[in-house]
Design a protein around this ligand. Structure first.
Ligand code: XMP
Length: 324
């Protein structure tokens, strides 16, 4: 019988049998999948679990603090927070191609992870043996299809690509057989708050692919503020749960505006909101004009570095959900 409680019990027993008394490392992103793995492994093996949370400077507003509050403070899980904004932004300087940006971000994650795994090992002869990942069933299908050449790769997902060989860790993937809605139910059964489990997905490269072209700290800071306003108003108008994914995109283009008596020459952003079941196809969300108006006014009035707000009315296909 499929109930979240049965799945949790079964997964806990399997993990315990698999790793015994060994240490397990988990890359925690704050997304649904890795969060559910963290909660599950914490139940299964307690202090043998260490999570690494990397703040890459490309997260949403207050995200780092929220992840630490939930997992470290509330749940008592061991979480190492690595502040690596400079490392990511330096690596991204001068890089404007979307796939090249994904590669830089993916490699920087792995370097940091490698470094943390080495620090955690009790000695060089006894490296950390287990690496937990929030791989879910659709990821398994997708990567199998791309290996056999059946899927045409449109965007390389930064987290599929593997670790350096010397790390030689074995994988613990307790969600490998589950679909997203099952993972969410499992998360709730494990005690994670619903608003965290039902959050919109956020891509691994984060704001790095929502700032078109070269990524700069100035752009990331503006985008974080604009995105927070959009999401806040979506929730207030009751549209957050009616959309599958919604966010702001930063366009490195300047436009003239007038605020009060003064001319303003500042950046442009676009709002993006879609409805979809499987993220393979998507329809742009027909958000109410009142909501769009409120968001646009707030962004331009509250953020002096932004002078204009557009709304993306492209469906997938032919457009993709993210702009890069
Ligand atoms: P697209 O833009 O391809 O997005 O229509 C489909 C879904 O995938 C997410 N996405 C990514 N997720 N790494 C990720 O982990 C990536 O590089 C990446 N690119 C897109 C996107 O947010 C949407 O949910």
């Amino acid at each position: 019988l499929w109930t979240p409680e049965n799945i949790a019990e079964d997964a806990i027993a399997r993990v315990q049998a698999q790793v015994g008394n060994d240490q397990v490392l988990l890359g925690l992103s704050g997304g649904v999948d890795s969060s559910v793995v963290a909660a599950l492994l914490h139940k299964a093996i307690g202090d043998q679990l260490t999570c690494v949370f990397v703040d890459n400077g490309l997260l949403r507003k207050n995200e780092g603090d929220q992840v630490m509050a939930m997992f470290a403070q509330n749940m008592g899980i061991k979480v190492i927070r690595v502040d690596a904004e400079d490392e990511f932004l330096n690596g991204l300087a001068g890089v404007s191609d979307p796939e090249a940006k994904r590669k830089v971000i993916g490699k920087t994650f792995i370097d940091i992870f490698d470094c943390e795994a080495t620090k955690l090992a009790t000695s060089p002869e006894h490296p950390v043996k287990w690496l937990a990942q929030g791989t879910i069933y659709p990821d398994v299908i997708e990567s199998a299809a791309s290996k056999t050449g059946k899927a045409h790769v449109i965007k390389s997902h930064h987290n599929v690509g593997g670790l350096p060989e010397h790390m030689a860790m074995q994988l613990v993937e307790p969600l490998r057989e589950l679909f997203k809605d099952e993972v969410r139910k499992l998360g709730v059964a494990l005690g994670l708050p619903e608003d965290m489990v039902y959050r919109h997905p956020f891509p691994g490269p984060g704001l790095g692919v929502r700032i078109l072209g070269e990524v700069k700290k100035e752009y990331a800071d503006l985008l974080r503020e604009a995105d927070a306003i959009f999401i806040e108003e979506l929730r207030r108008f009751g549209w957050y749960t009616k959309t599958s994914q919604a966010f702001v995109v930063f366009l490195p283009v300047k436009s003239v505006g007038v605020v009060g008596d003064a001319r303003r020459y500042a950046w442009v952003v676009s709002l993006r909101a879609v409805e979809t079941i499987d993220f393979m196809t998507a329809r742009w969300a027909h958000l109410p004009y009142d909501l769009l108006e409120k968001v646009s006014n707030r962004i331009i009035n509250e953020i002096s570095g932004i002078s204009r707000v557009a709304y993306d009315v492209s469906s997938k296909p032919p457009a993709t959900i993210e702009w890069e």
